[in-house]
Every structure is written in C-alpha cells, then in structure tokens.
Design a protein. Structure first.
Length: 223
C-alpha cells in the first residue's frame, strides 16, 4: 500500500483529501507539526508528499528544499496561487507537479496515481523491494543503502525478502524457517537466530540500525 503524506494547513481540506485517498486504497497521514515537517516525512516515510505552499512558520517551498536534501520522494504542490511564477518556483525547488485550488478530487487522484506509477514502475521492472531507502535486488540477492552494497548469503536474502514483503507485519519464526528450508521437518530454532543475528550485524554496519525488530514470542518484522 502506497503512503501519502498531506502537508496542508486547512484541516478540513486535509481530511477530505485523506478520506479520498483512503477510498482509493492509499495510506494517508496529515502533518500536525508545521515546525518539523522534515521530521514528519522521515517518520512516515511516504511514497509521495502533497505539499501546500502557504503554511505556518515556513512555506512549502522552504520545506520542499529541506526534503530534497535527504529524499527524492515525489512532491505535488497544492496552492490557490496558480500563477506562472509560483509554478516555476515549485519546479525549481524540487516539486514534481502542481495542482491549483480549488481542484477536482478526481484530478488529484489521477495525478497522484500517475506520479507514483512513473516513480516506482522502474523499481518494479527491476524486480526490487524498497523501504526506508534500502533497496533489495531480487535478481542478485544484494541490498543497497546509502551508496553501500551489501552482499547477502542465501538464507539472509530469504529472511530479508520475506520480511520486506510483509512490511509492518510480524512474520512468525515458523514461517521464516519453512521459507528458509522449504520443509516442514524439524529445524533447530537456534539456526534461525544465528542467521538473523548475522543479518542484523550486516545491516547495522551499513547504517540500518534496528531495521529488523524482534517481537518476543512471535517472530520478526521490518518497520
């Protein structure tokens, strides 16, 4: 499910946008702290940001520039100021599209879907899984993060693939073991623990601290 972050000062408009996105099977959140928009982006890790130009404290152009320092997430500006100068400013600051208020919600959804399709279709064609900037290549069993390339063993790759295919969900230990050995015969539980420990060490060395979370008595998850 694609995640959309809404940075809109008018709460009524923000809620309407969120409800509409949810009806189209997007996961949407509304920014509440306009002093720390970048922190909200990092926390929610959206696939796309809807960003109003006129905001409290700092305008949308400022925040787009700040977001671009650390992220290439697609940004669609939303504003009642739809003159040429504002549209040019939005593009120059790193925006990908511009929607003028008042707007048709169907047009908003169409633009959101089109931009997400253009942005993430390449990854899908390349057969990868991506989360929090980490890209798992399913073709060569490697993980890329922050200009680092991490070589994974066969078991490490299978574990990470299963967890990244179930983002935010706990994957039971038994299910992971079945995936590793593709058998329902008894396997020493300690072997899984050793594999996860080694995988975590590799991730931490590459800068991905706490990428894999343990749910005691249940299993593991990526969140």
């Amino acid at each position: 499910m694609y995640r959309i972050l809404i940075v809109e000062d008018d709460l009524t408009i923000a809620k309407i946008i969120k409800d509409t996105l949810c009806k189209w099977d997007f996961e949407a959140e509304i920014v509440s702290d306009f002093r720390n928009v970048v922190e909200e982006v990092i926390k929610f890790d959206p696939h796309l940001v809807l960003l109003d130009v006129f905001l409290p404290f700092f305008n949308g152009y400022h925040w787009c520039g700040e977001i671009r320092k650390s992220s290439k997430v697609p940004v669609i500006f939303i504003s009642s100021a739809g003159d040429g100068m504002n549209i040019v400013m939005a593009v120059n600051m790193g925006g990908d599209d511009f929607i003028v208020k008042p707007f048709d919600l169907n047009v908003l959804i169409a633009k959101v879907r089109a931009l997400i399709r253009r942005t993430y279709a390449f990854h899908e064609k390349q057969n990868v899984l991506e989360y929090r900037g980490a890209v798992l290549n399913l073709n060569d069993a490697t993980l890329a993060f922050d200009n680092n390339r991490i070589e994974l063993t066969k078991n490490e790759f299978k574990i990470l693939r299963l967890l990244m295919e179930n983002i935010g969900e706990v994957v039971p230990r038994d299910e992971i073991m079945l995936t590793l050995w593709e058998s329902d015969e008894f396997i020493d539980d300690n072997t899984l623990t050793v594999n996860v420990t080694r995988l975590r060490k590799k991730l931490a060395e590459a800068g991905l601290e706490d990428f894999i979370v343990t749910k005691k008595g249940m299993g593991y998850m990526v969140k």
